[in-house]
Ligand binder design. Structure first.
Ligand code: AMP
Length: 421
């Protein structure tokens, strides 16, 4: 006997009915973007490796340890996307979207792949909703982006989440700050690995979760205290607009994101019901990314939200996000003649836009009624042999249990009027 094949380590299948919740979460996260004028972009799930090594940052964990990189049969180095921003910006550059009206507002959704150590909320294949606004450096746009992220979570009914916000400065003030931080970190008692990180990417050390490291960082210099006048003014304006938009946040001066190229406004959404993998989304302004990918030197801001983790957050808060089940009406039949009537009725209902289903494989009335209940439909049509002899079918409200006889010729119209569609 051959072994049963399983989904690869760190991946999983999402089956009905959970998959309905997944779709509901995904769609709720996307809806505010469509309402705000963002346009959908579809990009490949793999890109030339350089898109990520340059677009995510050579020194990041994602690029050094987590990418699924392979040579194709033509000898090209390709990588399964570990995130969606770099591909979107690559498409923005390739299609010269910056020559049109600005800002260019884009969104996408789909799979991302990272070779990470799997645990609850951390997978090797996961789904992100990603949005970007490119070509305009305006604090009001930063506020729009952040507020749209908040809106998606609110629309799902989530309340136990928090927006962490800070500014990472820009090329005019970060280099000086970086030096200050390097000097500070050099005096600390750190292991070799962390010391090396302190040299390559000192800001990352601030985000180190280990208590023995955090304990030494109480007096560390913070970027927000060393912003240039213009980046400070930008940050103040972002906060003003967020207040006007009714968004609340927590200042997080030690927030550092996993990807390079972030400048100025930087943020993360965390959910308090998720344990250690608490980030449900994050993003920020990345004014150097387009240029790093060989494009025009234009600014950009955006975020990525994890659909899988947001679904975990929805479950942690016990929210029912599936507004309506797939099937509205389930048709049960007994006998060959009734089956023809049923199949025809289901076909007509579906053509009219009513979500309808029926039983296949003859399983008797009991099994068929069980299938009707399981389908989640609000109504069942039961067509038995005796009913059919009388020229009727029974329309049953599965919630109240009430049922009434409807002439066969009127079933279609009656069902349609009852369940809508
Ligand atoms: P990042 O691109 O790392 O900023 O991630 C953005 C969001 O994607 C995070 O806040 C998570 O919600 C989600 N995410 C990132 N990595 C994973 C992963 N390995 N498994 C599941 N979700 C993830």
């Amino acid at each position: 006997m051959t072994d049963v094949l399983r989904a690869p380590k760190g991946t999983f299948d999402t089956l009905p009915p959970d998959s309905e919740r997944f779709l509901a979460v995904r769609d709720a996260l996307v809806a505010p973007l469509r309402r705000a004028g963002y346009g959908y972009v579809e990009t490949p799930v793999f890109e030339e490796t350089a898109v990520f090594s340059r677009g995510v940052g050579e020194s990041t964990d994602v690029v050094t340890k987590e990418m699924y990189t392979f040579d194709d049969r033509g000898g090209r180095s390709l990588t399964l996307r570990p995130e969606l921003t770099a591909g979107l910006v690559r498409a923005f550059i390739e299609h010269r979207l910056h020559t049109g009206a600005l800002p260019v507002k884009l969104w996408t959704v789909g799979s991302a792949f990272r070779y990470e150590r799997p645990q609850a909320g951390r997978y090797r294949h996961f789904t992100q909703v990603d949005m970007e606004a490119l070509g305009v450096d305006d604090p009001a746009l930063d506020a729009e982006v952040v507020a749209l992220g908040v809106q998606g979570f609110r629309d799902l009914g989530l309340t136990d989440f928090e927006l962490l916000l800070t500014s990472l400065g820009d090329a005019t003030c970060r280099p000086q700050y970086r030096e200050l931080l390097v000097e500070y970190l050099a005096e600390l008692d750190l292991d070799d690995d962390t010391r090396r990180r302190a040299e390559i990417n000192p800001l990352r050390v601030l985000d180190d979760k280990r208590p023995e490291v955090q304990a030494q960082l109480d007096d560390a210099p913070l970027m927000v205290d060393h912003l240039s006048d213009s980046t400070r003014a930008h940050y103040d304006a972002v906060r003003q607009h967020l207040t006007d938009l009714g968004v609340t946040w927590s200042e997080a001066p030690k927030l550092v994101r996993g990807l390079d190229y972030y400048t100025k406004t930087t943020f993360e959404f965390v959910h308090h019901g998720l344990g250690s993998q608490s980030a449900i989304g994050g993003g920020g302004r990345y004014d150097g990314l387009s240029a790093a990918l060989g494009g025009p030197d234009v600014s950009g801001i955006g975020y990525a939200v994890g659909v899988d983790r947001t679904l975990l957050a929805v479950q942690a808060e016990g929210l029912d996000v599936v507004a309506r089940t797939g099937v509205q009406v389930f048709v049960v039949h007994l006998g060959a003649e009734a089956k023809r009537v049923a199949v025809r009725l289901v076909g007509r209902l579906r053509q009219a836009g009513v979500a309808a289903d029926t039983v296949y494989g003859d399983r008797g009335l009991k099994g068929a009624m069980k299938a009707a209940d399981r389908s989640g439909a609000s109504h069942a049509v039961v067509i038995g042999e005796r009913d059919l002899a009388d020229g009727v079918g029974q329309l049953k409200d599965l919630r109240s249990g009430e049922q009434r006889a409807v002439p066969v010729g009127e079933l279609f119209e009656t069902v349609r009027a009852t369940v809508g569609g």
